[in-house]
Design a protein around this ligand. Structure first.
Ligand SMILES: Nc1ncnc2c1ncn2[C@@H]1O[C@H](COP(=O)(O)OP(=O)(O)OP(=O)(O)O)[C@@H](O)[C@H]1O
Ligand SMILES: [Mg+2]
Length: 258
């Protein structure tokens, strides 16, 4: 579990996050949603400790991240898996080298053990290790690149998994497959997973606990089941921005009135 309390973050006097408090439980999908520029990436990077915050607490169990020294932060980062916006694989490394990278950085495993672990992670994301291992990222599809990125993110058996727009740039079907894969892994290993997204399909599919950010503040919190009945203007604007969801709402209102 991760608890954020009264988090404030500014850049050069410009306030980007204001008084954010939220609890992220393990074993379920926590989503941070909101429009482009609302502050999702800054919030995620602040929680991970990649951005220093102005004030507030970020509690990993009882450990408060802003109080951690370099060594404690390094230890915490060994428990963290990350999927950055875009697949962000190393282009000059093969698939297996990409997945082995965090193991080489942080584990004391032998070469053979690292290869075995990397192959296991590739299998876990439904890739065939023999086939994909020697390929370079440019030689596989966008969906496969995301799978490799997930395999790399879980290589160290993380307690915490952060995914920033994990299915951006994918077609809706592949996007769903990636969402479900992250959900499955989260449940299977009881990981505390936080996903940034503005994809309504993703939200409706896997959003167990949703934090809605509007201009740097938490404007709403709830589950995917509650999102359609929330009484929040900014959230409605966000949810019903697409014609598809406008039509769904109309149909819902008609059924209610009949
Ligand atoms: N390193 C930085 N220095 C200064 N300002 C920044 C920095 N990173 C982000 N910001 C500002 O913080 C605000 C929130 O940006 P952020 O990247 O968190 O948005 P987002 O919700 O992730 O958007 P998107 O959906 O497009 O990824 C923006 O106004 C942005 O310009
Ligand atoms: Mg972002």
């Amino acid at each position: 579990m991760i608890e954020v309390k009264n988090l404030y973050k500014s850049f050069d006097g410009e306030m980007v996050l204001k008084d954010i408090s939220a609890t992220f439980e393990s074993g379920i999908i926590n989503q941070i949603i909101g429009k482009s520029g609302s502050g999702k990436t800054v919030l995620m990077k602040s929680i991970i400790g990649l951005f220093p915050i102005d004030s507030g607490q970020i509690l990993y169990q009882e450990r408060n991240l802003p109080n951690m020294n370099r060594n404690e932060l390094k230890l915490l980062h060994q428990e963290v898996g990350m999927l950055f916006q875009g697949a962000a694989l190393f282009d000059s490394m093969t698939v297996i080298e990409n997945v082995m990278f965090p193991l080489e950085m942080f584990s004391k495993k032998s070469k053979q053990e690292m290869i075995e672990r990397a192959r296991f992670c590739l299998e876990r994301v439904n890739l065939q290790p023999d086939t994909v291992s020697p390929l370079f990222p440019s030689e596989i599809s966008g969906g496969m690149q995301k799978r490799v990125a997930i395999a790399r993110a879980i290589a160290l058996n993380p307690k915490y998994l952060f995914c920033d727009e994990p299915n951006s740039g994918l077609d809706p079907v592949t996007a769903l497959v990636i969402d479900r894969l992250i959900e499955e892994i989260t449940q299977e290993y009881n990981i505390t997973t936080i996903i940034n997204t503005h994809d309504m399909n993703s939200i409706m599919e896997i959003g167990a606990h949703i934090i809605f950010i509007e201009k740097g503040t938490k404007a709403w919190e709830g589950s995917k089941e509650e999102i359609f009945t929330a009484n929040n203007e900014a959230l409605e604007d966000f949810v019903f921005a697409s014609n598809l969801y406008k039509k769904i709402r109309k149909t819902q209102q008609k059924t209610k009135n009949n």
